[in-house]
Design a protein around this ligand. Structure first.
Ligand SMILES: [Fe+2]
Ligand SMILES: [Fe+2]
Length: 283
């Protein structure tokens, strides 16, 4: 909870009415205000107090200033810092890429020996992709906020959202298929090859899709906002994530994908270190 005390308001009178209005607005948002907004407001207070002091304007309250400055410093010293909206989107892609790596490993094993793959592990991967990728990341963030803003801004990036939405929809059809085909206890030889093909097509589509979003769409979206607006979007995304999953949507998704990797023998990253390159023949 943040309340502006009278002494601080008085101190700010010499610093300009605009600042006072911004801070009052922040204080009125009290019940919904986030830690980020609190920090922003305390920073404005500290800056204005210092400015007032330099101008030799209305007397500053050094106690209030010290306390507000220490709030800001405490946050600056917090380990790890804040997750920005674009970092949030990209680390979500990281979870989805790990699901794609599971599909790639599964497609290879399905061709070599279908009975070596437990359908349950693939079904869990498809359900994670549905809940975290399709229902949250795509529907609640990209389709609701990012794609409309990028289309509105125009330019080259605006030509992508329609294709990306078509790919989201195709992805959902394939996820339905994976969930259906993995109902049984074992894969029969009949289903193995069509499933391996569907997994590979899904992986190729999403590798292209996420790479374009990371390098074209998210940077273009960021360009449509000021730092303050981007900060507010970060808060909004956090709220949506909490609404959808509870406190730790991302952390929980990472745990789920880690557990799937373990069940398929894919968790030890050292196994993926590439062999040394071949020697170049001199003849
Ligand atoms: Fe997408
Ligand atoms: Fe995405």
């Amino acid at each position: 909870m943040f309340l502006l005390d009278e002494q601080t308001e008085n101190a700010l009178i010499g610093g300009g009415e605009i600042v006072i209005e911004q801070i009052r607005g922040g204080a009125m948002m009290d019940s919904n205000s986030t830690r980020r907004q609190f920090i922003r407001t305390t920073t404005i207070i500290s800056a204005s107090l210092l400015l007032g002091g330099c101008r030799g304007g209305a007397g500053t309250n050094s106690q209030t200033r010290a306390s507000n400055e220490s709030s800001t410093k405490a946050d600056e010293n917090q380990m790890g810092g804040e997750v920005t909206a674009t970092e949030d989107l990209m680390r979500e892609h990281g979870v989805l890429r790990r699901a794609l790596l599971v599909y790639t490993g599964a497609a290879v094993k399905l061709r070599a020996n279908p009975s070596a793959i437990v359908p349950d592990a693939l079904q869990k991967t498809a359900k994670l992709f549905r809940a975290f990728g399709e229902e949250y990341h795509e529907k609640k963030l990209e389709e609701a906020f990012i794609f409309p803003a990028v289309k509105k801004a125009g330019g080259e990036a605006a030509t992508y959202p329609d294709i990306l939405i078509a790919q989201h929809n195709r992805g959902r059809e394939i996820t339905d298929y994976i969930i259906n085909v993995t109902q049984g206890a074992k894969f029969g030889a009949r289903n193995a090859e069509p499933l391996a093909k569907a997994l590979e097509a899904f992986v190729l589509m999403y590798r292209n899709h996420a790479a374009r979003e990371d390098t074209i769409i998210f940077p273009a979206w960021k360009q449509t906002m000021t730092d303050t607006q981007l900060d507010e979007m970060g808060d909004k995304f956090e709220d949506i994530e909490k609404e959808q999953f509870g406190q730790d949507g991302f952390e929980d998704a990472v745990k789920q994908v880690s557990s799937i990797e373990s069940s398929l023998g894919l968790s030890d990253i050292a196994q993926f270190t590439a062999p040394p390159p071949p020697k170049i023949s001199e003849t």
